[in-house]
Design a protein around this ligand. Structure first.
Ligand SMILES: [Zn+2]
Length: 250
């Protein structure tokens, strides 16, 4: 059974929320999804959806591109049995407000450590800066995944040394994914998850396949071919790893 470790299924990003929830519930081979918040409003919605929908778990956090006017302390009020992580949080180089972003990242790692929860890291051209924060300010104590990992062998080594995880999304299926192929070959089987980041990251050589949990098989298939490990085994390995990281999942 597959676990899609990172999706965004909430009314801010999906046109027909009920239809999408039904579609996911009907997927026989999909064990569960982790629905990830981007700000307080979507985090609240993700937490509520996971409470009532069997296959859904959730993560609450403030994404670096959504930090304006948000109050990190509100995250404490959103925790329920099925909120399994703090995220997505991190740094994104497309905006000039690194100083503000770093403050939010540090505060949210602190909250995750307080709550004994792992963190889901968003890094856009910021892997090195995030590791600097881990080393010089605050380190996630209860696990960490670099979601939709931007390939970098040095950072991968750091992640493995710290028993953290990376997660592979649709990008590894593109024609241009040369660097990702290196990472897939190098990463030990105990250190990676799979995700669609649905509905944001298209799948396929020419990005022709829609980003939704029912298409996660294309991502697993790609890893299976490159690592020369049976498809079913990749499915099992990634589901097991997901539960190792997100300990509240059953
Ligand atoms: Zn995401």
């Amino acid at each position: 059974m597959i676990i899609d470790s990172h999706v965004h299924i909430n009314s801010k990003v999906i046109d027909d929320l009920d239809y999408t929830l039904k579609h996911i519930n009907k997927q026989k081979n999909l064990e569960s999804v982790i629905n990830v918040g981007l700000d307080i409003e979507t985090s609240k919605e993700c937490a509520e959806i996971s409470k009532r929908e069997n296959k859904f778990y959730s993560s609450v956090g403030i994404h670096p591109l959504y930090i304006e006017k948000e109050n990190c302390n509100q995250l404490f009020n959103l925790i329920n049995d099925k909120v399994v992580a703090i995220g997505e949080i991190g740094l994104d180089s497309t905006r000039g407000n690194y100083y503000e972003q770093k403050k939010y990242l540090i505060r949210q790692i602190f909250i995750a450590n307080e709550l004994k929860l792992p963190v889901i890291i968003h890094s856009n051209n910021s892997n090195k800066q995030i590791i600097e924060i881990f080393e010089n300010s605050i380190k996630p104590k209860y696990g960490c995944v670099f979601h939709c990992f931007q390939p970098d062998l040095d950072i991968l080594k750091y992640i493995i040394d710290n028993e953290y995880f990376i997660s592979f999304a649709g990008r590894i299926t593109y024609k241009t994914a040369k660097k990702s192929i290196e990472i897939i070959k190098e990463v030990p089987i105990d250190n990676f998850l799979v995700e669609t980041d649905s509905p944001f990251i298209p799948i396929g050589l020419n990005k022709e396949i829609e980003s939704k949990p029912s298409n996660i098989n294309y991502i697993i298939n790609r890893i299976s071919k490159i690592k020369e490990i049976d498809y079913k085994e990749i499915e099992e390995i990634t589901s097991r790893n997901t539960k190792v990281l997100f300990k509240k999942m059953r």
